[in-house]
Design a protein around this ligand. Structure first.
Ligand code: ZN
Length: 476
């Protein structure tokens, strides 16, 4: 593998911004410094651009199938889209496996699929679909297999009940497993959803009415109480969407509990008015939790800036609009839920967050790369640019000349729509390097499927506390 020298760029990390060259050798970061050279290697001129650690998306469903509904990309197309968007590693949430299967069943299946098809590195979350003594004893094995996080659903048919959650939490504390939660109150949602159906309201907007903000906040608060009852067990809340949920998390953190939160671009950008798009186009946005109101969006941005929220991930789940429409036209509840987003995470967060002064440039790098690396057990191998780390690096173009209007046609992702269609965004990566290999450069994908590797993840380390608030420390 040839060495790579990235010259004249502005290095941006979670802590600071400075001008330096960056030398990559043997798949690792070799050195940062002035006027480096690299005889015989590849030289990339990054004048006027940022050089950052590659993005880490802690929440994807590239390869999901639920019943007859399958997402439109799969590991190959989905990981290629991620690479075009500056993401060098994902942690994939597998779907449920056969009844009563072991915890490793789905991890093994997805690992195999990823090893054959992914072009970027990946980890796999575990998923609890039932709980018994065997499953609890398997938790230690999960950690040994590099699966240091596992998901629990509090809603849907595969949900766990509180007694089961408590027993998992107790075990997770013993073995150091980070449990992650889709936190919504199943009973509130079921109740509202069946009541609405009797009254014949089955349009897309009703989707948001059946999942009110209190249904998220209640579930988060209940979890926090369960953690507290066991003397404090770390929790990771996926796709936080409400100010009320955020307040519960903030309260827990102020009592010294380890509660981490992830937010997705859809909940930072879209509002529930999206469901009013004519001709059933609101079905595009069927996802759980749904987009909320402006007050929630404002609160989430503030929570992200001050560090109550640690991570920005996508929950990428690209069921096609065609499928959503054919199944959900007469009843939103039949539309498969989820939206594509793995490719647009960095540009959206940069444009809406950094350029609008809601988060600093360094905080941007922290929430898209460094903090997820720490919480997902990928640090110090990934998520930063110090010598010895994997050379997962992106060259990122912040300039106005490269502003792009989002349409499904100018994205790599294999989706027939984008929920952000029509938005004008800046901050597209021009080069994506993974373990010292050019993966995307000058608009082309340069590796074969299967080039991505499964990463053995370690126990989570705390995401750092924020010191850099939103402010004018941008360098361009
Ligand atoms: Zn998800």
């Amino acid at each position: 593998m040839q060495d790579i020298l990235i010259k004249n760029g502005l290095i941006v990390t979670a802590e600071r911004t400075f001008k330096a060259d960056l030398l990559i050798s043997g798949g690792e970061i070799e050195r940062l410094g002035d006027c480096l050279d690299c005889p015989g290697g590849i030289e990339i001129d990054a004048t006027g651009k940022y050089v950052m650690p590659g993005g880490i998306d802690a929440h994807t469903h590239l390869n999901l199938q639920i019943g007859d509904n399958k997402v439109s990309d799969g590991f190959y197309e989905g990981s290629a889209a991620a690479a075009f968007g500056g993401t060098t590693c994902i942690v994939e949430h597998p779907s449920f496996g056969p009844n009563n299967c072991s915890l490793m069943h789905q991890v093994d299946a997805f690992k195999k699929e990823g090893n054959s098809n992914s072009v970027i590195d990946f980890g796999i979350h575990g998923v609890f679909q039932h709980v018994n003594a065997d499953i609890l004893s398997e938790c230690a094995n999960l950690m040994a297999e590099g699966v240091s996080s596992a998901k629990i659903y509090m809603t849907y048919s595969g949900r766990l009940h509180d007694l089961e959650i408590l027993s998992v939490l107790e075990r997770a504390k013993e073995v150091g497993l980070l449990t992650t939660y889709h936190a919504e109150s199943n009973d509130i949602i079921d109740f509202l959803s069946s009541r609405l159906s009797k009254e014949q309201h089955k349009d897309p907007y009703s989707h948001s009415l059946t999942r009110p903000t209190c249904s998220e906040a209640e579930a988060i608060f209940r979890l926090i109480c369960m953690s507290e009852a066991l003397g404090g067990v770390p929790l990771y809340i996926v796709h936080l969407s409400t100010a009320a949920g955020l307040a519960a998390i903030e309260g827990a953190q102020s009592r010294g509990l380890e509660v981490y939160a992830e937010v997705c671009p859809q909940h930072l950008i879209l509002t529930d008015s999206c469901y009013h798009e004519p001709d059933n186009r609101g079905l595009k946005y069927v996802m759980a939790p749904p987009p909320r109101k402006k007050e929630d969006i404002d609160a989430l941005w503030q929570g992200l800036a001050r560090g109550t929220i640690d991570v920005v991930a996508t929950d990428h789940c690209s069921f096609s609009f065609k499928d959503k429409l054919s199944r959900g036209r007469d009843d939103f509840r039949l539309a498969p839920g989820g939206i594509p987003g793995v490719e647009t995470r960095l540009p959206l967060l940069f444009s809406e967050g950094v350029l609008k002064n809601k988060i600093s440039l360094n905080r941007f790098v922290e929430v898209v790369s460094t903090a997820p690396a720490k919480l997902m057990g990928l640090f110090p191998q990934k998520g930063h640019l110090s010598p010895g780390a994997d050379a997962d690096v992106i060259v990122f173009d912040p300039h106005l000349e490269n502003e792009k209007i989002i349409t499904p046609h100018n994205l790599r992702q294999n989706a027939d729509y984008s929920p952000y269609e029509g938005m004008s965004v800046r901050g597209w990566p021009t080069t994506t390097i993974i373990r010292g290999q050019l993966v995307v450069h000058e608009g082309r994908l340069l590796v074969e499927k299967g080039w991505g590797q499964y990463v053995n993840r370690k126990q989570a380390v705390k995401a750092s506390t924020v010191t850099s608030m939103a402010g004018p420390d941008r360098a361009s």
